[in-house]
Design a protein around this ligand. Structure first.
Ligand SMILES: Cc1cc2nc3c(=O)[nH]c(=O)nc-3n(C[C@H](O)[C@H](O)[C@H](O)COP(=O)(O)OP(=O)(O)OC[C@H]3O[C@@H](n4cnc5c(N)ncnc54)[C@H](O)[C@@H]3O)c2cc1C
Length: 508
């Protein structure tokens, strides 16, 4: 290990940049190396499906500003192929080995492709990188026929919206006939579908056959339709980039498995952040399943947290408990989400539905699990979403290490208070002055006439007689005259033997 402490950040995207900034903010004065396989420095990925395609933003206008002077080494266009976390070593192209003292994994996602799709044809593309965005922009510009988008998630629908804004025909290949039902629920899904259709977007069923020709990309659909597409964009989802971690021993099921603090499970001095990291967000319950969050704000916040956690170490780190936030833009509508709507098993309308279009009627929907609001989505309702976000934060308070510690302490205090209360009750019961039972009043098993009677008797005897249990005949506890009614005898609240017959005094 070299004398200078070195932190390597794997991936040079958004989460990586924000992690590096946080390291410097925390006065880390060692070496920071960002290794990214793309050539450009970090850029605004959400703009790829929006402003870049519509031409509102040029490709070179998307680069991200840094908040800090990083004084870092950038190894761009460099793919990491292997991690040996026991030796704290990464393998780079040409067999180069890079040692680290601390590692932050932030390698994001890659676009999922479609089996049978002719990606060798420049008119057929996926959308994840700036290079993809530029290629798609060019293919749309050249397109003679409609632009076909395979996949109806947020990216696919944003692309369809951008295509129509360019005055081109967009066709979305979708399962079923409603968009977003899984992500947003039936009601909002239907409204969003109408929004797209009203803007000229066509929905079509799955592709059966591809046929690349000079005049376009021929597509045969499952309903028999034939389309000669001018361009095809495959937006069928994403896969976490973990191939370089295979064989490392880390848990790589749907991303890199992390602890609540962002420390990678099974490795020392390694944290993870951004789209690739899967971790339990304790804000949504102590037993919440670890999950990934593919949102811009999450990459920012988690990047910063992973840097802190790496410097602080496992024991001193707080759990990462964000309130996830997401936005999308389609046909000039702003869709905003907070919380984890996908956790909801039911939806609740948080704005009245007057049957209007989304363009004229802002819409807010809540997502509910076990009676608890877990997410909110709003369309053209920014202020309402912010208010609902505050409400969500109130209902799902942040669970940091100190709050977990406080909860534990509160639980201990509650338990000892319970114990104290129980022993106080016992004491009170024992020291309760003997009450004279009004004539004819039935005995109440809870008032401890019997015990009080004994207590009184013992004290009386101690004070008045050295030996021999004697009570004045007019004393209410005088055993010979006391009546123990059947309901008390049979109540089962006390042992039968103690209540049957005349009570005996303990021998002295
Ligand atoms: C088209 C599009 C539109 C989006 N729109 C929105 C939106 O509207 N709202 C929103 O909230 N979010 C949106 N997102 C999601 C958002 O952009 C991501 O959540 C965010 O960029 C994640 O940042 P990251 O740093 O985790 O990953 P990335 O930004 O993907 O960065 C990871 C980097 O690591 C590199 N890398 C991978 N493997 C290696 C390796 N082995 N060696 C070296 N480098 C490697 C990758 O090439 C990449 O450059 C959008 C994403 C896309 C693609």
């Amino acid at each position: 290990m070299s004398e200078t402490v070195r932190i390597v950040i794997a991936g040079a995207g958004l989460a990586a940049l924000r992690a590096a900034e946080r390291l410097r903010e925390m006065r880390f004065d060692g070496e920071i190396v960002l290794v990214g396989d793309e050539l450009p420095k970090p850029y605004h990925r959400p703009a790829l499906s929006k402003n870049l395609l519509t031409g509102k933003a040029p490709g070179d206008g998307l680069y991200l500003e840094g908040y800090q002077r990083l004084n870092a080494f950038w190894r761009l266009g460099t793919r990491i192929s292997k991690l040996d976390h026991r030796r704290h070593a990464l393998t780079l192209p040409g067999g180069e080995e890079m040692r680290y003292d601390g590692l932050i994994i932030a390698t994001g996602m890659q676009a999922r492709t479609l089996s049978g799709a002719p990606l060798h044809d420049p008119r057929v593309n996926v959308l994840r990188t700036l290079a993809d965005g530029l290629a798609i922009r060019e293919s749309i510009k050249q397109a003679q026929g409609p632009v076909v988008i395979v996949g109806s998630g947020f990216t696919g629908c944003e692309v369809a919206s951008s295509v129509t804004q360019l005055g081109k025909k967009a066709i979305i290949i979708v399962r079923g006939d409603t968009l977003f039902t899984k992500a947003l629920g039936q009601e909002l899904g239907e409204k969003m579908t109408k929004l797209h259709i009203d803007h000229g977007v066509q929905l079509a069923p799955s592709i059966k056959e591809w046929d690349c020709r000079p005049e376009g990309v021929g597509l045969k659909l499952s309903d028999g339709q034939q389309i000669m597409a001018g361009a095809v964009i495959i937006a069928t989802g994403t896969i976490p980039v973990t191939d370089w971690l295979h064989g490392s021993g880390l848990i790589l099921e749907d991303g890199v498995l992390c602890e609540a603090t962002t420390h990678v499970v099974g490795a020392n001095d390694v944290t993870a952040a951004g789209d690739v990291a899967r971790w339990p967000n304790l804000r949504f319950g102590d037993n919440e399943d670890p999950r990934r969050v593919e949102h811009w704000t999450n990459a920012v916040e988690m990047g910063r947290h992973a840097a802190e956690a790496l410097l602080l170490g496992r024991k001193a780190s707080e759990p990462f408990c964000p309130m996830p936030r997401f936005w999308s833009e389609q046909h000039h509508m702003r869709i905003q989400a907070c919380g984890i709507p996908a956790l909801g098993t039911d939806t609740i309308a948080l704005t009245p539905d007057r049957g209007g279009k989304l363009e004229t009627e802002p819409k807010v929907v809540g997502y509910v699990r076990d009676g608890q609001l877990v997410g909110v989505v709003g369309v053209n309702a920014s202020r309402a979403v912010v208010r609902w976000q505050e409400e969500l934060e109130r209902q799902l308070p942040i669970v940091t290490k100190s709050t977990m510690e406080r909860r534990k302490q509160a639980e201990e205090i509650r338990r000892s208070q319970d114990e104290l209360r129980r022993s106080q009750n016992d004491l009170r019961r024992q020291s309760q002055p003997l009450r004279r039972r009004p004539a004819g009043m039935p005995l109440d098993p809870d008032t401890d006439w019997f015990e009080n009677g004994f207590q009184e008797l013992m004290e009386y005897n101690r004070d008045n007689y050295r030996s021999g249990p004697q009570l004045p005949r007019d004393h209410p506890s005088y055993p010979g005259e006391r009546v123990y009614p059947d309901e008390l005898r049979d109540s089962g609240a006390r042992s039968r033997s103690r209540y049957s017959g005349t009570p005996r005094m303990p021998r002295r």
